[in-house]
Design a protein around this ligand. Structure first.
Ligand code: CTP
Length: 401
């Protein structure tokens, strides 16, 4: 995958900078073109000369032109490199750079280029164990993952400080293999496709403070949106109430109720060529929403009934209105899974249904992995092994090729 690929490597200041010299050699051997960016701190460990010799390209340390008078340098290297890159790798990534990346700071050539980047971003954190485990660093990492960036987990072992724990930069061959894998999973094969994705639960209000909901975290739908955007699609994500950040290059419409999700999908459908309904839409909603908070009556064993009615079935209405859109649905089943999923595929006139059963270990609500079976209109059934939700998303999107 690396042959002829444009790789931007951002090197920040940590003792493991030396490993990236070998990584550059490996990338060059694999046929990649490599442009190295360094922070000032990184140059304390290895000189730019080493990296320019290995990469056979000029190394950039400063955003500013070397000669501000009469130079042809327009001072937009970070923008040019952001457009040039097929992938960017920040390795080693210090806690400081990770914090800046998470919060969108553009304080040096690396953080500025990341903001201008249109390609996948891979980050390899390396630091001491306490810095790695600090809640601030972990929160920053979680934010970067939500945004759709790839994190190479640091290895455990003896650290430069003499402490033992997680924080070591993996060996160069591991980093290069990871980068290769990311490139393999994010071909630009969905360029020009307009994909509408729904994610998360819906909340059906009972009164101003209470609602009926379900346990959907939205992670599967968000993984689909992220993977589709990385593969070049124009993505609109209709999200129910979830606590997840928006992946990069994804247009997001927030909704709360099944009715709002229905209206958003119907409104957006004509502009899209694909619909993936990963949302766990509520089947029932209260007939009446109380204007004020319902007060507790009695103190013990006092019953109360809520009258519910069915919500609109979005996929049912899509089946009536769709023109040439490809429509993919999900089925969550706990018994007679295959049979029920096939019935839903027929009834909702789907091209593909993704069956998941929360009983499978590694599947279900809030997990980062999923176990699914893909069933096509033609009756082909493919059971996939337990995989990260991003990989499940890629396998589903492969069916659109
Ligand atoms: N779905 C929908 N509109 C609804 C309910 C569900 O479009 N009001 C979609 C879901 O997004 C999913 C598919 O229909 O893609 C199947 O959802 P699921 O909850 O498994 O099936 P239901 O049709 O609701 O049937 P049941 O709950 O009885 O299994």
């Amino acid at each position: 995958m690396l042959a002829d690929k444009h790789i931007v490597l951002g090197v920040t200041g940590g003792i493991s900078v030396y490993k990236m010299c070998t990584a550059v050699r490996l990338l060059k051997k694999a046929g990649a073109q490599v442009r190295v960016l360094m922070t000032r701190a990184a140059t304390e460990f290895v000189t730019p000369l080493t990296f320019s010799t290995l990469s056979q390209e000029e190394v950039t340390v400063s955003l500013w032109p070397a000669d501000p008078h009469g130079s042809t340098d327009r001072g937009v290297k970070h923008i040019d490199l952001g457009l040039w890159a097929d992938a960017m790798l920040v390795a080693p990534a210090t806690a400081n750079t990770i914090a800046h990346l998470a919060h969108g700071a553009a304080e040096d050539v690396i953080t500025s280029t990341v903001l201008a980047l249109r390609a996948p971003l891979v980050i390899a954190p390396a630091m001491d164990v306490d810095m790695w485990e600090h809640p601030a660093t972990q929160a920053n990492i979680a934010l970067l993952k939500e945004r759709g960036h790839f994190i190479i987990p640091p290895e455990s072992g003896e650290l430069a400080s003499g402490l033992t724990g997680a924080g070591r930069l993996p060996e160069p061959d591991v980093i290069v293999a990871y980068l290769n894998d990311v490139l393999e999973r994010t071909p630009r094969d969905l360029t020009g496709r307009r994909i509408l994705i729904t994610a998360g639960p819906t909340h059906e209000p009972i009164d101003p403070v209470r609602f009926i909901g379900n346990r959907s975290s939205g992670k599967m739908g968000f993984a689909l949106a992220n993977a589709a955007a990385l593969r070049g699609a124009d993505v609109t994500l209709v999200a129910g109430p979830v606590a997840l950040g928006t992946p990069k290059n994804v247009r997001r419409i927030d909704v709360e109720t099944a009715q709002q999700m229905h209206d958003a999908v119907m409104d957006e459908l004509p502009r899209h060529t694909v619909l993936i309904m990963a949302a766990a839409v509520a089947d029932y909603t209260p007939v009446q929403v109380a204007e004020h908070k319902i007060k507790k009556l009695g103190s013990h064993a006092h019953g109360i009934s809520l009258e519910l009615r069915t919500t609109l079935d979005i996929l049912h209405d899509v089946a009536e209105r769709k023109t040439e859109q490809t429509v993919i649905g999900f089925a969550l089943e706990t018994a007679n899974e295959l049979e029920h999923a096939k019935q839903k595929l027929e009834k909702k006139k789907l091209d593909l249904i993704v069956l998941n059963s929360p009983n499978d270990p590694g599947a279900g609500f809030g997990t980062d992995t999923n176990v699914v079976t893909l069933i096509t209109r033609e009756g082909n059934v493919t059971k996939l092994p337990r995989m990260p939700k991003f990989d499940v998303a890629c396998a589903i999107l492969d069916r659109l090729r």
